[in-house]
Design a protein around this ligand. Structure first.
Ligand SMILES: [Cu+2]
Length: 298
């Protein structure tokens, strides 16, 4: 998730190797820290949930304040780190969650009944951040890595306290990115430069947003054509889109959930893709039409 939590990264690696392109780029939100580094998210003054993952263990609080907060993760292990926050359905254990996150197989059916608030996907030695909204209750956090052992791969956090209605209303948002019913709805043009994006899943199954740089605008057919070639290992069609320049991405989020990320895009063309399949299904949503292309203007 982020496709099987690690599958996306593997896919990107395959793309990078296939094209002998630059290494997989990191998330846009990376290297943002809450201590006034100029990041838009860090300047909002939200409660900070800070987690440090080292080869020996995980430094983190056990109880946090419920509601929107700035998630800041320091990845000090030798491999990339994927983190995902979820309230599991009744009867599902942390171990099952970890297994689902570590498996390259289909997403389990029960994942559609979990509340997944997002998380981060970051390279070794980096600090990354995003705003996640944690309702009161017990959250399970899975930490997985393709390249290194994680000493404490699953842990629990208790989010305590009442969350007032409209607690997220004060988060200034430059762009709302709607993850709809197998569809994105980016505007035709987006301004360049630092922006806060509210990424909201208004559908019923988990989705994510993965953004790539492009040399021009692409139609949905051209994008899925290129992806099909990629998945099949065949040379891309002449007009097919090749997802080589990873720009930013979100972790998967459930229906009804929002997360906020900082985007800082250069002028140019971009392609958005959701690689996730439905829980229990196999076809990436991209092949059901969940792709989009837009221009960023100076
Ligand atoms: Cu999707």
């Amino acid at each position: 998730m982020v496709a099987s939590f690690g599958r996306l990264r593997m896919l990107l690696l395959v793309v990078a190797i296939t094209l002998l392109a630059a290494p997989v780029l990191s998330l846009s939100a990376q290297d943002a820290s809450p201590e006034a580094d100029g990041s838009l998210l860090g300047a909002l003054g939200l409660p900070v949930l800070e987690i440090t993952v080292t080869p020996d263990g995980v430094e983190r609080p056990t109880e946090i304040v419920a509601g929107p907060q700035l998630l800041v993760i320091h990845n000090q292990i030798e491999g990339p780190l994927t983190s995902t926050f979820a309230v599991l359905p009744d009867g599902i254990t942390d171990e099952q969650y970890l297994e689902a996150a570590s498996s390259e197989g289909p997403l389990p059916d029960w994942l559609g009944d979990a509340v997944i608030a997002g998380g981060l996907d970051q390279d070794p030695g980096t600090t990354a951040s995003a705003i996640i909204d944690l309702a009161p209750g017990t959250w399970s956090v899975v930490l997985t890595s393709d390249g290194a052992e994680v000493a404490e791969p699953v842990l629990q956090l208790t989010a305590a306290g009442e969350v007032p209605d409209g607690a997220t209303d004060s988060i200034p948002t430059d762009l709302v990115v709607n993850l709809g019913e197998y569809v994105f709805d980016f505007p035709d043009t987006v301004p360049a430069g630092p922006q806060i994006w509210q990424v909201t899943n208004s559908h019923t199954v988990p989705h994510h947003l993965i953004l790539f740089g492009a040399d021009r605008l692409y139609t949905a057919d051209e994008i899925t054509c290129g992806l099909a070639a990629l998945f099949m290992g065949t040379p891309p069609a002449e007009d097919g889109f090749v997802p080589a320049a990873f720009v930013l991405g979100t972790s998967l989020i459930s229906g009804g959930v929002s997360t906020w990320i900082e985007a800082d895009l250069e002028p140019g063309y971009y392609v958005a893709i959701c690689f996730l399949p439905d829980p229990g299904g196999e076809d990436p949503h991209a092949f059901m039409g969940m792709v989009d292309s837009f221009e960023v203007t100076a």
